[in-house]
Design a protein around this ligand. Structure first.
Ligand code: NAD
Length: 253
């Protein structure tokens, strides 16, 4: 028996990096996976990888920061499966906005907040009523260690991820009595296509700044998501779980 046998999981941002690793691991553990990404070709690639290993998956392309797309994704999920047991809000990112507050444009700030916070809000708003109807569920949001500390020149992204961390606690408070657990993952440096673009090869310094001497892999985050999605975490809600090899635990790097 897999650890998610019989569950229906909706994973956003499943076309790359952390979201792809979560979709693949959840399917391996017996979940029926609905994989979303705004890049249709990328998420179809993820689905092909899952099917090749005998997993159950369907694809819902769409931008989860846009309510019309969110409604279409969730309507299709409910039409096809009747319920969603696990929602993993992975879609997000800094959109390349690398500025202090004074030089971040209003449009940049709005875009980063929409991509990370509004997307998490809209998906949760659309899925939670169905979880209440079916008796409960688990929501897992994607924060970051950038939402726990100040990082130079990342004003919009730090603000957005801090909002995701506390929105997770807030939703846990509202829906605990309805048997819905809401938790947040706060990854550190994880070697994904997004970070490769950002760091352009400066991996050694980043790896050395962790306490375990290596970069994280998407699978490190996927295993934490698996725990939070599974019934093994039935007493865990409102938490922000840091997965960073100890990067954020040491003050002087
Ligand atoms: N890589 C890291 O070190 C790291 C660390 C902390 C947090 N995170 C967070 O983890 C998540 C995944 O990051 P990653 O490094 O795997 O990035 P990635 O770019 O490799 O993958 C992100 C995927 O999400 C999709 N996506 C982005 N915005 C979307 C939207 N609005 N609607 C639908 N799909 C959307 C992209 O098309 C892409 O396929 C992000 O929320 C990111 O902020 C990453």
């Amino acid at each position: 028996m897999g650890r998610l046998e019989g569950k229906v999981s909706l994973v956003t941002g499943a076309g790359s990096g952390i979201g792809r690793a979560i979709a693949i691991l959840f399917a391996q553990e017996g979940s029926n996976v609905i994989a979303n990404d705004r890049r249709g070709d990328a998420v179809e690639e993820t689905a092909a990888m899952i099917r090749q290993k005998g997993g159950m998956v369907s694809v819902q392309e769409g931008d989860v920061s846009v309510s019309k797309d969110v409604d279409a994704i969730v309507d299709a999920a409910i039409r096809n499966h009747g319920r969603v047991d696990v929602l993993v809000n992975v879609a997000g990112g800094s959109l390349g906005v690398n500025e202090p507050a004074a030089t971040t444009t209003e449009a940049q700030f709005d875009a980063v907040i929409a991509n990370n916070v509004k997307s998490t809000f809209l998906m949760s708003k659309a899925v939670i009523p169905h979880m209440i109807r079916s008796g409960g569920g688990a929501v897992i949001n994607m924060g970051s260690i950038f939402g726990l500390s100040g990082v130079p020149s990342m004003a919009a992204y730090c603000a957005a991820k801090a909002a995701v961390v506390n929105l997770s606690r807030q939703m846990a408070a509202d829906y605990g009595a309805r048997h819905i657990r809401v938790n947040c993952l706060c990854p550190g440096p994880i070697r994904t296509p997004a970070l490769e673009k950002l760091l352009t090869g400066r991996f050694d310094r980043m790896a050395a700044a962790t306490l375990v001497g290596r970069m994280g892999q998407p699978e490190d985050v996927a295993h934490a998501a698996l725990y939070l999605a599974s019934d093994e975490a039935s007493f865990v809600t409102g938490t922000a779980l840091v997965i960073d090899g100890g990067y954020d635990a040491r003050l002087f790097k």
